[in-house]
Structures are given as C-alpha cells and as structure tokens.
Write a protein that binds this ligand. Structure first.
Ligand code: 1GP
Length: 246
C-alpha cells in the first residue's frame, strides 16, 4: 500500500496542492471539525494540525478527533514539540527546524517524540523546516536565525542540506499572519535546486499570492489564517484552490 508521503509526491507531480492548517489553540474542536469539512468541500488535499502556542496534548487529541469525525482528508500533525502529538492523526511531519538556535527544535524534541510515533504507528514524513523573515510567532518561539528575505543563497543551502540529509519534503515558512509571504525569487531558486517537494506557507491569504507562489515553484501551498478568519470559505479558500488546480 502507498504511504501518505508517496501519495502526496505522486499528486504534486500533477500540479500544486493546498493543505489547510488548523491550530487547535484558535478554536473549539467542533469549529475545527467544521473548518476541516469546509476545506475538504472546496478541494483542499490534507489538514495539518499544529501551532506554536499549544499548551496541552488534549487540545491536539480533541481537535484531531473532531476533524477525523467530520471529514475524510488525511490529518497530518505539524508539531511544535514532542508533547503535541496525537495517536488519532494519520501522519506527522517529522520536521527539523533547521535554522533554530535551539537544538531542541533541531533534534532533541524528536528524540522524545520518536518512541510515541513508533508505538502508535503514525506515519512520519520527514521534513526540513526553515523560517524566513518576518517569521512571526513561529520565528520567536522557535528561537530562529531568520533567513533574510533577500538571502537566496542561504535558503538554497538549507533546502539542499535537507535533501542531502534524506528528508522527504522541504518547507519555507514566513510565519503565520506574515504581512508578506516568502518571496517569489527565493521560491524559484529553491525549487530549481532541489528535487523533493517544496511547501510554502505564511501570509498567503488571497488568490494572487497563492498563484504567484505556485508559479514560482511551490508544490504545496499551506494556509492557516485564511481559513480561521473567513466566514465565506468558498470565496477565498475555494477561489485559491480553484486557481491552483487550473
Ligand atoms: C503555516 O504559517 C503557515 O505554516 C500558515 O500561515 O496563517 O499566514 O496562512 P497563515
């Protein structure tokens, strides 16, 4: 049987995908379930669950369970630490925050969380995670040496390092709510240099931005805020996903 990582890789070969990020800290589990269902209805391909300000594992469990109950999309954890895993998810991005100054986020949290992954059978999907200016809360909480918006060489160096270390995916993050998303020329250069799928997130809230990032080479567009703040999912998220699938 195909793993979820293999399935995603096969799909991105046919065009860019959208993943919806739901932060358990931002709404009740019931609302999270509704948002996930709405995302599924407008054509999103997976639900990511995570956030930098979580306080309890129960929050994650409750949110993942509510999402699994209300939609059929795969649920992939996007954990900020070993405490925020849930056996009810399908997979997790086993991600290393490569430009953190704190070794906990590079490997030590992983050492703590790995036995849980083994025991529960969650599918680990390895990912190099790099935060670009402005970085927002993720940049502060992750104690990150942010990649400067014009420092394309460093971004490419991180992306190649992730690939050479054997990681399956690479993620360029500008931070949730970023006023500006990762620059197009940085995405272009990274994409040109790596052969693993490239995820881009942070500050993507409208059709034009999503389209520009996909044209620049993003294989997976991640949006969080666009889903949380919007009462008309069809018009925003729906329009973004429609554009990505054209
Ligand atoms: C997830 O940072 C993204 O990694 C989400 O960002 O909330 O700005 O869409 P937004």
């Amino acid at each position: 049987m195909m793993t979820l990582a293999e399935d995603i890789k096969t799909k991105v070969d046919q065009g860019p995908l959208h993943f919806a990020l739901i932060d358990p800290d931002k709404q009740d589990p019931l609302v999270a379930g509704k948002l996930a269902k709405q995302s599924e209805d407008v054509g999103s391909s997976a639900i990511m669950v995570g956030g930098s300000t979580l306080v309890s594992q129960k929050q994650v469990d409750d949110t993942v369970q509510a999402i699994k109950k209300s939609c059929n999309l795969p649920v992939i954890l996007f954990p900020s630490g070993a405490k925020f895993l849930s056996k009810y998810a399908d997979a997790l991005f086993f991600m290393s925050l490569l430009n953190s100054r704190n070794v906990d986020y590079i490997i030590r949290e992983h050492v703590k969380g790995a036995p849980f992954v083994k025991y529960t059978g969650l599918e680990p999907i390895s990912m190099g995670y790099v935060i670009v200016e402005p970085g927002m809360t993720a940049g502060r909480m992750g104690q990150v040496d942010l990649v400067k918006r014009d420092d394309i060489e460093t971004a490419v160096g991180y992306a190649l390092s992730a690939q050479y270390l054997g990681m399956d995916f690479f993620y360029l993050e500008a931070g949730s709510g970023a006023p500006e998303a990762v620059p197009d020329d940085m995405i272009q250069a990274v994409k040109k240099n790596i052969s693993i799928p490239l995820c881009v997130g942070g500050g993507i809230r409208d059709v034009k931005t999503a389209k520009d990032k996909a044209l620049a080479g993003a294989d997976i567009i991640v949006t969080g805020t666009a889903l949380e703040q919007d009462s008309n999912i069809e018009k925003t998220l729906g329009a973004i996903i429609h554009e990505l699938k054209r």
